[in-house]
Design a protein around this ligand. Structure first.
Ligand SMILES: NC(=O)c1ccc[n+]([C@@H]2O[C@H](COP(=O)([O-])OP(=O)(O)OC[C@H]3O[C@@H](n4cnc5c(N)ncnc54)[C@H](OP(=O)(O)O)[C@@H]3O)[C@@H](O)[C@H]2O)c1
Length: 263
Protein backbone atom coordinates (compact mmCIF):
# COMPACT_ATOMS: atom_id res chain seq x y z
CA UNK A 1 0.00 0.00 0.00
CA UNK A 2 1.12 3.58 -0.63
CA UNK A 3 1.74 5.36 2.66
CA UNK A 4 0.02 8.65 1.83
CA UNK A 5 -3.31 9.61 0.38
CA UNK A 6 -4.88 12.35 -1.73
CA UNK A 7 -8.30 13.29 -3.14
CA UNK A 8 -8.99 11.35 -6.34
CA UNK A 9 -10.52 14.31 -8.24
CA UNK A 10 -7.43 16.39 -7.61
CA UNK A 11 -5.25 13.40 -8.47
CA UNK A 12 -6.63 13.14 -12.00
CA UNK A 13 -5.19 16.52 -13.05
CA UNK A 14 -1.86 16.35 -11.28
CA UNK A 15 1.36 15.31 -12.94
CA UNK A 16 2.10 11.80 -11.72
CA UNK A 17 5.76 10.86 -11.26
CA UNK A 18 7.19 7.54 -10.06
CA UNK A 19 10.81 7.13 -9.01
CA UNK A 20 12.23 3.63 -8.57
CA UNK A 21 15.29 3.66 -6.31
CA UNK A 22 14.23 7.04 -4.97
CA UNK A 23 16.90 7.08 -2.25
CA UNK A 24 19.58 7.45 -4.95
CA UNK A 25 21.31 10.83 -4.83
CA UNK A 26 20.68 11.40 -8.54
CA UNK A 27 17.02 10.48 -8.23
CA UNK A 28 16.55 12.73 -5.21
CA UNK A 29 17.98 15.71 -7.11
CA UNK A 30 15.69 14.94 -10.08
CA UNK A 31 12.72 14.87 -7.70
CA UNK A 32 13.65 18.33 -6.39
CA UNK A 33 13.72 19.66 -9.97
CA UNK A 34 10.35 18.12 -10.83
CA UNK A 35 8.85 19.65 -7.70
CA UNK A 36 10.13 23.07 -8.81
CA UNK A 37 8.47 22.55 -12.22
CA UNK A 38 5.23 21.11 -10.80
CA UNK A 39 4.90 21.96 -7.10
CA UNK A 40 1.53 20.22 -6.85
CA UNK A 41 2.52 17.00 -8.58
CA UNK A 42 1.97 13.52 -7.25
CA UNK A 43 5.26 11.82 -6.50
CA UNK A 44 5.54 8.12 -5.67
CA UNK A 45 8.86 6.97 -4.27
CA UNK A 46 9.82 3.29 -4.51
CA UNK A 47 12.74 1.75 -2.67
CA UNK A 48 13.87 -1.11 -0.48
CA UNK A 49 14.42 0.75 2.81
CA UNK A 50 11.50 2.52 4.50
CA UNK A 51 13.68 4.85 6.58
CA UNK A 52 15.70 6.06 3.59
CA UNK A 53 12.57 6.68 1.55
CA UNK A 54 10.93 8.55 4.41
CA UNK A 55 14.00 10.74 4.82
CA UNK A 56 13.85 11.69 1.14
CA UNK A 57 10.07 12.17 1.27
CA UNK A 58 10.34 14.36 4.39
CA UNK A 59 12.85 16.66 2.74
CA UNK A 60 10.79 16.89 -0.47
CA UNK A 61 7.59 17.66 1.47
CA UNK A 62 9.29 20.66 3.09
CA UNK A 63 10.35 21.89 -0.35
CA UNK A 64 6.91 21.41 -1.93
CA UNK A 65 4.12 21.31 0.67
CA UNK A 66 1.44 21.18 -2.03
CA UNK A 67 2.80 18.01 -3.57
CA UNK A 68 1.39 14.61 -2.72
CA UNK A 69 4.36 12.43 -1.85
CA UNK A 70 4.01 8.77 -0.98
CA UNK A 71 6.44 5.92 -0.41
CA UNK A 72 6.36 2.24 -1.14
CA UNK A 73 8.87 -0.33 0.05
CA UNK A 74 9.32 -3.51 -1.94
CA UNK A 75 11.65 -6.40 -2.59
CA UNK A 76 13.50 -5.57 -5.82
CA UNK A 77 14.37 -9.25 -6.30
CA UNK A 78 10.73 -10.34 -6.53
CA UNK A 79 9.09 -10.03 -9.99
CA UNK A 80 5.61 -10.30 -8.48
CA UNK A 81 6.32 -7.46 -6.07
CA UNK A 82 7.57 -5.36 -9.01
CA UNK A 83 4.43 -6.11 -11.05
CA UNK A 84 2.19 -5.34 -8.12
CA UNK A 85 3.98 -2.04 -7.35
CA UNK A 86 3.66 -0.94 -11.00
CA UNK A 87 -0.05 -1.82 -10.95
CA UNK A 88 -0.65 0.14 -7.72
CA UNK A 89 1.34 3.13 -9.01
CA UNK A 90 -0.91 3.15 -12.09
CA UNK A 91 -4.15 3.61 -10.14
CA UNK A 92 -6.27 5.57 -10.80
CA UNK A 93 -4.21 6.33 -13.91
CA UNK A 94 -0.81 5.53 -15.38
CA UNK A 95 2.18 7.74 -14.48
CA UNK A 96 3.35 10.57 -16.74
CA UNK A 97 6.98 10.04 -15.79
CA UNK A 98 8.89 7.05 -14.45
CA UNK A 99 12.57 7.15 -13.57
CA UNK A 100 14.31 3.85 -12.80
CA UNK A 101 17.40 4.85 -10.89
CA UNK A 102 18.69 2.10 -8.61
CA UNK A 103 22.12 0.62 -9.10
CA UNK A 104 25.07 -0.96 -7.34
CA UNK A 105 28.75 -0.41 -8.15
CA UNK A 106 30.89 -3.18 -6.66
CA UNK A 107 34.64 -3.33 -6.44
CA UNK A 108 35.54 -5.09 -9.71
CA UNK A 109 38.13 -7.42 -8.13
CA UNK A 110 35.62 -8.51 -5.49
CA UNK A 111 32.98 -9.17 -8.14
CA UNK A 112 35.49 -11.42 -9.94
CA UNK A 113 36.16 -13.47 -6.78
CA UNK A 114 32.69 -13.54 -5.30
CA UNK A 115 30.11 -15.02 -7.65
CA UNK A 116 27.21 -14.08 -5.38
CA UNK A 117 28.33 -10.44 -5.62
CA UNK A 118 28.69 -10.78 -9.39
CA UNK A 119 25.16 -12.18 -9.62
CA UNK A 120 23.76 -9.41 -7.41
CA UNK A 121 25.52 -6.78 -9.51
CA UNK A 122 24.11 -8.23 -12.73
CA UNK A 123 20.63 -8.42 -11.22
CA UNK A 124 20.44 -4.99 -9.57
CA UNK A 125 21.92 -3.09 -12.52
CA UNK A 126 20.51 -5.13 -15.39
CA UNK A 127 17.62 -7.50 -14.82
CA UNK A 128 15.74 -5.62 -12.12
CA UNK A 129 15.54 -2.31 -14.07
CA UNK A 130 14.26 -4.28 -17.09
CA UNK A 131 11.52 -5.90 -14.99
CA UNK A 132 10.44 -2.50 -13.61
CA UNK A 133 10.46 -1.01 -17.11
CA UNK A 134 8.35 -3.82 -18.61
CA UNK A 135 5.86 -3.58 -15.75
CA UNK A 136 5.42 0.18 -16.25
CA UNK A 137 5.55 0.24 -20.08
CA UNK A 138 2.53 -2.04 -20.24
CA UNK A 139 0.55 0.67 -18.42
CA UNK A 140 2.14 3.82 -19.89
CA UNK A 141 2.48 3.02 -23.59
CA UNK A 142 -0.74 4.77 -24.59
CA UNK A 143 -0.21 7.88 -22.44
CA UNK A 144 0.45 11.03 -24.51
CA UNK A 145 3.65 12.76 -23.46
CA UNK A 146 4.68 9.94 -21.11
CA UNK A 147 8.36 9.29 -20.44
CA UNK A 148 10.10 6.28 -18.97
CA UNK A 149 13.81 6.66 -18.23
CA UNK A 150 16.31 4.06 -17.09
CA UNK A 151 19.67 5.09 -15.69
CA UNK A 152 22.38 3.10 -17.42
CA UNK A 153 26.00 4.23 -17.50
CA UNK A 154 28.87 5.07 -19.79
CA UNK A 155 30.32 1.87 -18.29
CA UNK A 156 27.90 -0.05 -20.54
CA UNK A 157 29.43 1.35 -23.74
CA UNK A 158 32.54 -0.82 -23.81
CA UNK A 159 33.87 -3.62 -21.60
CA UNK A 160 36.81 -2.39 -19.55
CA UNK A 161 38.98 -4.21 -17.01
CA UNK A 162 38.14 -1.70 -14.27
CA UNK A 163 34.38 -2.36 -14.08
CA UNK A 164 33.21 -4.96 -16.57
CA UNK A 165 30.76 -6.86 -14.34
CA UNK A 166 28.86 -3.63 -13.61
CA UNK A 167 29.41 -2.55 -17.23
CA UNK A 168 27.95 -5.81 -18.56
CA UNK A 169 24.70 -5.18 -16.70
CA UNK A 170 24.55 -1.57 -17.93
CA UNK A 171 25.25 -2.83 -21.47
CA UNK A 172 22.23 -5.11 -21.13
CA UNK A 173 20.12 -2.01 -20.52
CA UNK A 174 21.35 -0.51 -23.79
CA UNK A 175 20.12 -3.47 -25.87
CA UNK A 176 16.90 -3.61 -23.89
CA UNK A 177 16.09 0.09 -24.30
CA UNK A 178 16.97 -0.07 -28.00
CA UNK A 179 14.59 -2.98 -28.61
CA UNK A 180 11.81 -1.43 -26.55
CA UNK A 181 12.16 1.89 -28.40
CA UNK A 182 11.97 -0.03 -31.70
CA UNK A 183 8.77 -1.85 -30.63
CA UNK A 184 7.04 1.32 -29.42
CA UNK A 185 7.97 3.18 -32.61
CA UNK A 186 6.61 0.42 -34.87
CA UNK A 187 3.41 0.29 -32.84
CA UNK A 188 3.03 4.07 -33.02
CA UNK A 189 2.91 4.43 -29.23
CA UNK A 190 3.38 7.90 -27.75
CA UNK A 191 5.51 6.73 -24.79
CA UNK A 192 9.18 7.73 -25.12
CA UNK A 193 11.82 5.53 -23.50
CA UNK A 194 15.00 7.33 -22.51
CA UNK A 195 18.29 5.64 -21.62
CA UNK A 196 20.38 7.90 -19.39
CA UNK A 197 24.15 7.40 -19.42
CA UNK A 198 25.86 9.38 -16.68
CA UNK A 199 29.62 9.68 -16.50
CA UNK A 200 31.31 9.50 -13.08
CA UNK A 201 29.26 11.60 -10.69
CA UNK A 202 29.72 12.71 -7.08
CA UNK A 203 27.20 10.55 -5.19
CA UNK A 204 27.50 7.99 -2.37
CA UNK A 205 28.13 5.36 -5.08
CA UNK A 206 31.49 6.91 -5.98
CA UNK A 207 32.48 8.07 -2.48
CA UNK A 208 35.40 5.62 -2.31
CA UNK A 209 36.75 6.22 -5.81
CA UNK A 210 40.04 7.98 -6.50
CA UNK A 211 40.12 10.92 -8.87
CA UNK A 212 41.50 14.38 -9.21
CA UNK A 213 39.50 17.58 -8.94
CA UNK A 214 36.79 17.65 -11.57
CA UNK A 215 36.88 13.88 -12.06
CA UNK A 216 33.33 13.60 -10.80
CA UNK A 217 30.45 15.68 -12.14
CA UNK A 218 28.28 17.45 -9.54
CA UNK A 219 25.11 15.47 -8.97
CA UNK A 220 23.00 18.61 -9.51
CA UNK A 221 24.40 19.00 -13.04
CA UNK A 222 23.66 15.38 -13.85
CA UNK A 223 20.12 15.64 -12.46
CA UNK A 224 19.48 18.70 -14.64
CA UNK A 225 20.64 16.70 -17.67
CA UNK A 226 18.37 13.79 -16.77
CA UNK A 227 15.29 16.00 -16.31
CA UNK A 228 15.99 17.90 -19.54
CA UNK A 229 16.74 14.74 -21.54
CA UNK A 230 13.52 13.12 -20.32
CA UNK A 231 11.48 16.21 -21.21
CA UNK A 232 12.95 16.12 -24.72
CA UNK A 233 12.28 12.39 -25.00
CA UNK A 234 15.69 11.68 -26.46
CA UNK A 235 16.49 7.95 -26.88
CA UNK A 236 19.97 8.17 -25.31
CA UNK A 237 21.15 10.96 -23.03
CA UNK A 238 24.80 11.30 -21.98
CA UNK A 239 25.25 13.42 -18.86
CA UNK A 240 27.39 15.53 -18.87
CA UNK A 241 27.16 15.67 -22.69
CA UNK A 242 30.95 15.45 -23.21
CA UNK A 243 30.70 11.72 -22.46
CA UNK A 244 29.02 11.11 -25.84
CA UNK A 245 32.26 12.06 -27.62
CA UNK A 246 34.57 10.43 -25.07
CA UNK A 247 32.73 7.11 -25.27
CA UNK A 248 32.49 7.29 -29.09
CA UNK A 249 36.29 7.46 -29.15
CA UNK A 250 36.68 4.65 -26.60
CA UNK A 251 34.26 2.44 -28.54
CA UNK A 252 36.29 2.99 -31.73
CA UNK A 253 39.66 2.07 -30.24
CA UNK A 254 41.10 -1.08 -31.84
CA UNK A 255 41.56 -3.99 -29.41
CA UNK A 256 45.34 -3.79 -29.83
CA UNK A 257 45.27 -0.21 -28.53
CA UNK A 258 42.64 -0.88 -25.88
CA UNK A 259 44.66 -3.74 -24.41
CA UNK A 260 47.53 -1.36 -23.65
CA UNK A 261 45.37 1.11 -21.75
CA UNK A 262 44.64 0.72 -18.04
CA UNK A 263 41.18 2.27 -18.11
N1 LIG B 1 27.44 7.92 -9.43
C1 LIG B 1 28.00 7.62 -10.61
O1 LIG B 1 29.18 7.95 -10.89
C2 LIG B 1 27.18 6.91 -11.66
C3 LIG B 1 27.68 6.88 -12.98
C4 LIG B 1 26.94 6.24 -13.96
C5 LIG B 1 25.72 5.67 -13.64
N2 LIG B 1 25.27 5.70 -12.35
C6 LIG B 1 23.97 5.10 -12.08
O2 LIG B 1 23.12 6.10 -11.57
C7 LIG B 1 22.10 5.48 -10.79
C8 LIG B 1 21.95 6.24 -9.48
O3 LIG B 1 23.13 6.05 -8.72
P1 LIG B 1 23.68 7.13 -7.67
O4 LIG B 1 24.97 7.58 -8.18
O5 LIG B 1 22.61 8.12 -7.37
O6 LIG B 1 24.00 6.21 -6.42
P2 LIG B 1 23.47 6.13 -4.92
O7 LIG B 1 23.14 7.46 -4.37
O8 LIG B 1 24.47 5.28 -4.22
O9 LIG B 1 22.08 5.32 -5.05
C9 LIG B 1 22.05 3.95 -5.32
C10 LIG B 1 20.59 3.52 -5.30
O10 LIG B 1 20.52 2.14 -5.65
C11 LIG B 1 19.82 1.45 -4.61
N3 LIG B 1 20.34 0.10 -4.43
C12 LIG B 1 21.61 -0.25 -4.14
N4 LIG B 1 21.69 -1.59 -4.00
C13 LIG B 1 20.43 -2.07 -4.22
C14 LIG B 1 19.86 -3.37 -4.21
N5 LIG B 1 20.59 -4.46 -3.94
N6 LIG B 1 18.55 -3.50 -4.48
C15 LIG B 1 17.80 -2.40 -4.74
N7 LIG B 1 18.28 -1.14 -4.76
C16 LIG B 1 19.59 -0.99 -4.49
C17 LIG B 1 20.03 2.27 -3.37
O11 LIG B 1 19.02 1.97 -2.42
P3 LIG B 1 19.29 2.06 -0.82
O12 LIG B 1 19.26 3.51 -0.47
O13 LIG B 1 18.14 1.28 -0.27
O14 LIG B 1 20.62 1.42 -0.59
C18 LIG B 1 19.92 3.68 -3.94
O15 LIG B 1 18.57 4.03 -4.15
C19 LIG B 1 22.50 4.02 -10.66
O16 LIG B 1 21.78 3.26 -11.62
C20 LIG B 1 23.97 4.04 -11.02
O17 LIG B 1 24.42 2.78 -11.51
C21 LIG B 1 25.95 6.33 -11.36
Amino acid sequence: MLTDSMGTTEAASRRRIVIVGASSAMAERCARLWLLQSPDCELILLGRHAERLQRVAGDLRVRAPQASISCRVLDFSDPEAIASAAADCSQPRAPDLVLIAHGLLPDQAQAQDDLALARLTLYVNGISPVLFAEAFVARMQAVEGARLAIIGSVAGDRGRQSNYVYGAAKGLLERYAEGLQHRLALQGRPLRVVLIKPGPTATPMTAGLQGGPGALAPVETVAEGIVKGMAQGRPVVYVPGKWRLIMAIIRCLPRAVMHRLKI
